[in-house]
Design a protein around this ligand. Structure first.
Ligand code: MG
Ligand code: MG
Length: 266
């Protein structure tokens, strides 16, 4: 999502960043709970119910539900769906890839965090797309440091994705994060070196590469939510929340709960 509520970048204090870390970790643990159960036969609606219950059990509030009219706690995007897929009763099947994007509000601050899961045995080509998209996220995070500009993040992500022949989605971007889910600045996953706003201490952003196996072009379905690739080929999405602390990117969210859960299943 990329609607913006404010025009100026709101830099955060160390105290605010600590609250944002807690918000991000609520979402990280929620995705960890999802990792425990996701598999063939499971539905998006089941994940949505689990996520909402879990977030509320932590004393937090679902971040997406009700925002911009969003009906759900998680957005569940399967295969050629890029982002903003609405959870449904259609069971996941062997070979699917399922991007789960989740938000939570904790003490008035948002966490916003996504991971693309593999359902059973996934085609090696699709597996590679997921690996490279995850690498794109890490590379984008590394570029988010004082001395760089916002365009350097997108440049780094785009270089890596295009090296593998993938399409970088242009129509949706990462974003500033804080008391609003979408703050300034926009953080595109493409760009030119040395362009855009300077990265400064206290900046808090969500970096979220959306990488397509084929064309970068996307279309929105008639449900006014789901974004799909124009060529029907698969897409992947990984998202972290980061803060600039001591000039460097600090990842507030973590995939460790997901990785722990997945390693126990395999
Ligand atoms: Mg998100
Ligand atoms: Mg986001």
């Amino acid at each position: 999502m990329h609607l913006l509520n404010r025009k100026m970048i709101i830099y955060k204090t160390p105290e605010e960043i600590e609250i944002m870390r807690e918000a991000a970790l609520v979402v990280s643990r929620t995705l960890g709970e999802i990792a425990k159960v996701i598999g063939p036969g499971v539905t998006g609606n089941q994940l949505d119910e689990l996520a909402e219950d879990y977030i509320r059990s932590q004393g937090a509030v679902p971040g997406f539900k009700g925002l911009y009219g969003c009906p759900s706690t998680v957005l569940v995007s399967v295969n050629e769906q890029v982002v903003h897929g609405l959870p449904s009763d259609i069971p996941f099947k062997e070979g699917d890839v399922v991007a789960v994007d989740c938000g939570a509000v904790w003490k008035d601050y948002y966490g916003d965090h996504a991971y693309t899961f593999q359902i059973g045995e996934v085609d090696p080509e699709v597996k590679k797309l997921l690996e490279v998209t995850h690498e794109c996220l890490n590379i984008g995070v590394e570029a988010a440091k004082v001395g760089n500009r916002i365009g350097d993040i997108g440049f780094a992500i785009q270089q890596h994705a295009e090296k593998h022949g993938y399409g970088v989605v242009r129509d949706l971007v990462g974003h500033g994060l804080g008391r609003s889910l979408h703050e300034e600045p926009q953080v595109p996953n493409y760009g030119r070196k040395g362009t855009g706003k300077k990265i400064q201490e206290g900046l808090t952003i969500a970096i979220e590469p959306m990488i397509n196996m084929g064309t970068e072009k996307v279309i929105q379905l008639d449900d006014d939510w789901t974004i799909v690739t124009a060529d029907g080929k698969p897409s992947a999405h990984f998202e972290h929340d980061i803060a600039i602390v001591d000039g460097k990117p600090e990842v507030l969210s973590t995939f460790k709960y997901i990785e722990e859960a997945l390693s126990k299943k395999s």
